[in-house]
Ligand binder design. Structure first.
Ligand code: SAH
Length: 365
């Protein structure tokens, strides 16, 4: 048992079984032993790899997306670019490089990063050192939102804690983490059913309640609806809501037992995009999407960007660029292009945002 596991066992001895959201929050955000708080988990020799770490084209296209939104807003002379959970800072670095392509855009930007991990803040500072911008860091989303704002978040919502409920013959019971006969962490159910959940489902169904992710989307949506701007969320998960336990732990690119190594494995959930879009609409914003990452990146010009970069590359570089780009848009149930979805929430006065206009007919001629 690692040190955080011991600490959680002690907590359960004192207070009784804990919710899934409390467990997730401790595993990821415990000040000393939380997964993101003590290390940089990304890359081939880490636990997982994200889209910006796979290909520079990802961040460049999102930079161009942000530039189009800025233009649609009337090219204001000053605007915030906010990133939620920036990881190593790679996405922001690539966005800022692409931002220089549009006169006036780079100059208009002030950079705001929402990041709780001190280790990753240092990493972001180093990555963005040559970007020509001095980022400002914030603990919480609401601190970063002010005035005209464009928000981007890649693989952020999947790291936010959620609660789970299991359908039993006498109603929904909360799924909790307690101790087994040998004093080890184990899943269980609350003694009393929760009467506040009016949803009907087959016995055994698992219902996830992603309160923190819904509030994150709602906070961005409220802000951009009131102050003008847009927020872009990219993550893995279904476009339509359904039942099921999506809590997963990842270590060295393989799935591991969720309870085995708290704080030493990444812990995430799938994002229910239908509910995220609803939260955005309920907060007064327009919702664009949900579309697949493949459709989004192809609509933004992934192929053209790949060709442009390849013309200036050596054969070996061109091959690496092509395989990175292919990975971003690959199809299949567990491949990035299909599994990852894209949702934007925006000021309702803005037109349909780039990347989401998939159903426009190609020009005749
Ligand atoms: N966007 C990056 C990293 C994704 S990993 C990429 O695509 O590579 C999740 C990121 O969110 C990490 O930077 C992590 O430290 C941060 N994070 C997790 N929970 C957070 C919270 N509650 N508030 C702010 N940042 C958080």
């Amino acid at each position: 048992m690692n040190l955080l596991a011991r600490e959680i066992v002690e907590l359960i001895h004192q207070e009784g079984p804990i919710s899934i959201s409390r467990y997730m929050a401790l595993c990821l955000g415990h000040p000393r032993r939380g997964y993101y708080m003590k290390q940089d988990p990304f890359g081939a020799d880490g636990d997982f790899t994200t889209a910006p770490e796979i290909s520079q084209i990802f961040g460049e296209l999102i930079g161009l997306w942000a530039a189009s939104v800025w233009q649609a807003m009337g090219a204001p002379s000053s605007i915030r670019l906010v990133e939620l959970g920036p990881g190593r800072g790679t996405l922001m670095r690539d966005m800022l490089r692409a931002a220089r392509a549009l006169p006036g855009f780079h100059e208009a930007l002030s950079i705001h990063l929402v990041e709780t991990s001190p280790v990753l803040r240092e990493r972001q500072r180093a990555t963005l050192a040559g970007s020509g911008k001095e980022p400002q860091w914030h603990e919480r989303i609401d601190q970063a939102l002010e005035g005209l704002t464009i928000v981007v978040a890649n693989e952020f919502l999947d790291a936010l804690p959620l609660d789970q409920f299991v359908r039993t013959p006498d109603g929904w019971r909360e799924r909790l983490i307690g101790l087994d006969g040998e004093g080890r962490l184990a899943f269980g159910l609350s003694n009393e059913p929760d009467s506040s959940l009016g949803i009907v489902a087959a016995p055994g169904s698992v219902l996830e309640q992603p309160a923190a992710a819904l509030e994150a989307v709602a906070a961005v949506a409220r802000h951009v609806a009131a102050e003008d701007g847009a927020g872009l969320f990219i993550d893995y998960g279904p476009a339509r809501s359904g039942f099921g336990d999506t809590l997963q732990a990842l270590k060295r690119h393989a799935f591991v037992d969720v309870l085995a190594e708290p704080g030493d494995a990444d812990l995430t959930v799938h994002v229910d995009f239908a509910r995220m879009a609803q939260a955005g609409l309920a907060a007064g914003a327009a919702a664009h999407g949900t579309v697949t990452q493949r459709d989004f990146l192809l609509a933004l010009g992934l192929q053209q960007r790949l060709e442009a970069l390849s013309r200036r590359a050596t054969p070996a570089q061109a091959e690496a660029l092509a395989s990175g780009a292919e990975r971003l848009i690959e199809t299949g149930p567990t491949a990035m292009g299909d599994l990852f979805k894209v949702l934007a929430v925006a000021d309702p006065k803005l037109p349909l945002l780039p990347g989401f206009d998939l159903h426009r007919l190609p020009e005749q001629g």
